[in-house]
Design a protein. Structure first.
Lengths: 208, 208
DNA sequence: CAATAACGAAACGTAGCGTATCGTAAATAA
DNA sequence: TTATTTACGATACGCTACGTTTCGTTATTG
């Protein structure tokens, strides 16, 4: 574990607050306030506009307190974000895998159209400039969702709804990739109609 | 034309060098040196690590000269990049649209695997923090390529290789989206095998 | 030769980063 | 109780890079 990010924000908190040692313990209220302030400010001014000093001011803590707990801005924002959003997508299980996928795609588009989409785009973009950030984002957002989707695809193959020779990884990318691409490039809107058309297009011809 | 970016870098150059006015003209050598230095430095230290002062030093010009010609870092890097890379993809025309697409997909993957891919990822990411940058990137990279691909798809529809009810925009996104997504997220490598598998998967079931 | 405009060098004000110092507050340990 | 340890907020600091301004110089037009 060489990442400068904690896997979960609690770890970082517990690590310091486990109270095995003497001395004043870290204030849990400050912890919460900092993360909340970070969330608010990312929503208000975006990642680029967010400053540690701003977070400190809004959270009512000293800048020092933040640097005592997080090594830098990226790590703070990441923790703030995932404390809120981490629970993965959640596919339905109607018995019809194609229908499950269709619903999930609509749900994802809807989610990415809101503030979550803004944050995801920001984190993904920031990953280009920060390797640890990229890795943490992959582990905590992308891979969790890909794994879930892959399982659904495998279920589809097992049930005979999807051809056996389809590579689940490629299919999952074919479904999700265009959505994230639109999210990032903004060349066309993320509409439910797009989700449907994309799902139909990708799934057509994959019958067993 | 409200963008702070010139559509083509020559415009910006000519605009000032058209020499209709009195006074010393802008030095074209400096222009070239600046763009070259910017290209070199982006490759060496990345967009985030690039500084205007660094470009000026390497180009052997004053910082002022750069600010006289470009309003900011983004705009300079964008011009530097597109002076080098702008010519769009170039589809083959074998008569078989599916084959044309397949070849194009392999070519794109190969290109994005190299330094161009690094630059594209950087520009796309930076677009999240800079609206003008995002728009310029869409106009000068994405839309040019999308338009070309859309035409090929339409040709495929006209020739009866692709179903008439397929939306060319959606199909183009289905092909390209996953590639750019992998480029940005890095969750899986951009291999020729992926290009082939993706193309097959997306095009299967779209027969007329 | 006068007017104009770009040139490089340098200094400037601003912003935000991440660090260091300090006196104070809250916990444990003797 | 008292000493020790650690976090706290405030403040100051050094640093980097931005984008601007000033200034004396150089090149071009008329």
């Amino acid at each position: 574990m060489s990442s400068k990010f904690s896997e979960k924000s609690e770890e970082l908190y517990d690590e310091a607050c486990d109270a095995k040692h003497a001395g004043r313990p870290r204030c849990p209220v400050a912890h919460r306030n900092i993360l909340q302030a970070a969330r608010d400010l990312v929503a208000e001014v975006g990642f680029a506009g967010l400053t540690i000093e701003g977070v400190a001011a809004r959270a009512g803590v000293g800048k020092t307190t933040i640097y005592r707990r997080w090594p830098n801005k990226s790590s703070l924002v990441l923790d703030a974000f995932f404390e809120d959003i981490s629970p993965p997508a959640g596919f339905a299980d109607t018995g019809n895998v194609r229908e499950d996928i269709r619903r999930q795609m609509r749900k994802l588009v809807k989610e990415l159209n809101g503030p979550t989409g803004c944050k995801i785009a920001t984190l993904l973009a920031n990953g280009q400039f920060d390797k640890d950030m990229a890795e943490a984002f992959r582990a905590r957002w992308i891979e969790q969702r890909r794994a879930e989707a892959r399982d659904v695809v495998k279920r589809g193959i097992a049930q005979g709804e999807i051809r056996r020779d389809v590579d689940p990884d490629v299919l999952v990318d074919a479904l999700y990739g265009p959505i994230y691409f639109r999210l990032l490039s903004g060349h066309a809107p993320l509409t439910p109609a797009f989700a449907d058309a994309l799902t139909d297009l990708v799934l057509s011809g994959l019958d067993d």
